[in-house]
Design a protein around this ligand. Sequence first.
Ligand SMILES: [Zn+2]
Length: 54
Amino acid sequence: MSTTVFMVNKNREQNKQSIINYDLIKCTNCYTDIQLYEKSIRKNNYWFHEKCLE
Ligand SMILES: [Zn+2]
């Protein structure tokens, strides 16, 4: 069974250092960057926009 973790990107703003790393996240479905204001979902070590998994 895979584990899906929901994360609200808005929380990233609370830690400036983590933003640098998260800036490199690309959505596995649409291959575009996942912006800070977009919800992201991590699944099987891949990142997706929330909307891209629906
Ligand atoms: Zn996407």
